[in-house]
Design a protein around this ligand. Structure first.
Ligand code: SF4
Length: 239
């Protein structure tokens, strides 16, 4: 392990030697039959965002910026489209913008964003090398959970982003992202530690905790580290 990675693991509060415990990877499990809003996340179908299939990045960004398909447009400062390399192999998907993301127009900023950056660096990735997006492009007031109808309206945008990006690995961070993408109500703890498949290209998908949760529950950082290593192994063809 490189000194720089050790430094970041230290910053995460993770012991590098304990963290070498093997992560068991079970065979890929397919998602349950799609049901809304998860179906929209899987296949791009939508009540609120149709006709996305031919849009390039710029046109898709413009569509999102002008979107009024659900109530959240009334309370947003701006839409939060996503950030990162459009050639990225890694796609990180979170839940929805928070207050700071709503202000800055970028996902995963603030303390949770800094922790995500540290997590990525621990596996040798700079933030700009991955693509980061959310299930919802607008902030739910008070940081409440997304409503199913909001996810139904918004996830086709994410589906188009995924179709444009064609990532080699998806990291779903947090319960909402994991359950929406995998079309399941299974608790996050049971979705971790295995390789799922997403969408038409059966893209490998690994589930981990949201950095905001890890800030509240630092004892879970070792599990998040294990998840990251699993994802890295999948990309390297070792899992
Ligand atoms: Fe449109 Fe998504 Fe924002 Fe709702 S959350 S207004 S669907 S961009």
């Amino acid at each position: 392990m490189k000194p720089r990675q050790l430094a970041y693991l230290d910053a995460l509060g993770i012991d590098a030697y304990e963290s070498r415990a093997a992560v068991r990877s079970r065979p890929a499990s397919g998602p349950a039959p799609p049901t809304s809003p998860q179906a929209a996340a899987q296949d791009g179908g939508s009540a609120g965002a149709s006709g996305l299939d031919t849009l390039d990045w710029a046109a898709l960004r413009a569509r999102v910026a002008a979107c009024t398909a659900c109530e959240l447009h009334r309370t947003r400062t701006q839409t939060v489209f996503g950030v990162g390399s459009e050639q990225a192999e890694w796609l990180v998907i979170g839940e929805a913008p928070g207050a700071e993301e709503d202000r800055q127009g970028e996902p995963f900023v603030g303390r949770a964003g800094q922790l995500l950056n540290s997590m990525l660096r621990a596996i040798g990735l700079e933030r700009g090398e991955v693509y980061i997006a959310n299930i919802l492009k607008c902030r739910p007031p008070g940081n409440r959970d997304p409503k199913p109808e909001e996810a139904l309206c918004c996830t086709p945008y994410l589906a188009r982003q995924i179709a444009l990006l064609r990532p080699k690995i998806i990291l779903a961070v947090g319960r909402i992202a994991a359950q929406t993408l995998l079309a399941t109500a299974v608790p996050l703890a049971r979705l971790r530690g295995q390789v799922h498949r997403y969408g038409a290209f059966a893209t490998p998908l690994v589930v981990t905790y949201h950095p905001a949760y890890l800030l509240r529950s630092p004892g879970e950082k070792r599990k998040a580290w294990a998840d990251l290593k699993l994802a890295r192994s999948v990309l390297a063809g070792r899992a």
